[in-house]
Design a protein around this ligand. Sequence first.
Ligand code: TRP
Length: 335
Amino acid sequence: MINDKQIIFSGIQPSGDSVTLGNYLGAIKHWTKLQDEYNCIFSVVDMHAITVRQEAAALRKNTLSLLAQYIACGIESEKNILFIQSHVSAHAELAWILNCYTQMGELNRMTQFKDKSKKHPENINAGLFTYPVLMAADILLYQTDLVPVGVDQKQHLELARDIAHRFNSIYGDVFTIPEAYIPEKGAGAKIMSLQNPTAKMSKSDPNPNACISLLDKPEDIVRKIKRAVTDSEAEVCYREGKDGVNNLLTIYSSVTGISIDDAVKEFSGSGYGDFKLRVGEAVAEHLIPIQKKYDDLMKNKDYLESIYKNGAEVASSVARRTINKVKKKVGFIVG
Ligand code: TRP
């Protein structure tokens, strides 16, 4: 499975019913274009998800659902390693070891920890604090070259690089130093909240109209986009300060493949009502075949099981090489 192409690793947490349009347009849709050029490893990171309290049955369901969503979006199990993080025990093992090579001060500086602690003051657990170390383990286990991440994960990736450098400087070249994968211009667009277009679209947004999910019904998608916050002008154009309209143009361009410039031309003279309706319809139309494939996959649990079992086996065999090397280096007796 792993040949001499570069290795890419990424993951999404199964915390919620379905991924957002933002996850899809900003990440997953782009991942499908990497699968021929790279050795891609995509994980459903259930161990990260429990840093926030989850209901067991819901987590199990969401984990399988996220795997099905990956595949429905076009990530092919034959071309990539698709697996569930907790199925490969080397993640937990390496995370523990790397905890001992990470400073409290480094983790204290992580802005996501500060944000999440504020959001969940009742559950500031140690896992939330060492979350970035588990993420570093995910990446370093596979000798990953490139990690496609959004801006909110840049700081975590930097930390993974620092930990890898530190470990290598003590023990020699154990880990590949990962780099951020910056997609070509226009790809991996950042999708903003429909209700507050200066903030990222997020499934944890309390306002249900702020976020579109991959599995939303077409009529809900159209309705949410109809209600999207724009501005008091009446001109569809892409310009600084027009965050709401810019966001809708970005969404439209991403789902149709039409450039933003061409989209602006297409909508010149249109009012916002008409513009929003066409954006909503374009999104709904784009998602219909994905949703159909998702429904079929969820009816075939045996098939999904065969994919995650096989993925775990292949991932484990790659991870084993790294974890054994690490154990030897730190002085464990490797049986
Ligand atoms: N922390 C990432 C997020 O919430 C998810 C993640 C876990 C990840 N491990 C990773 C992303 C490794 C890239 C590489 O978005």
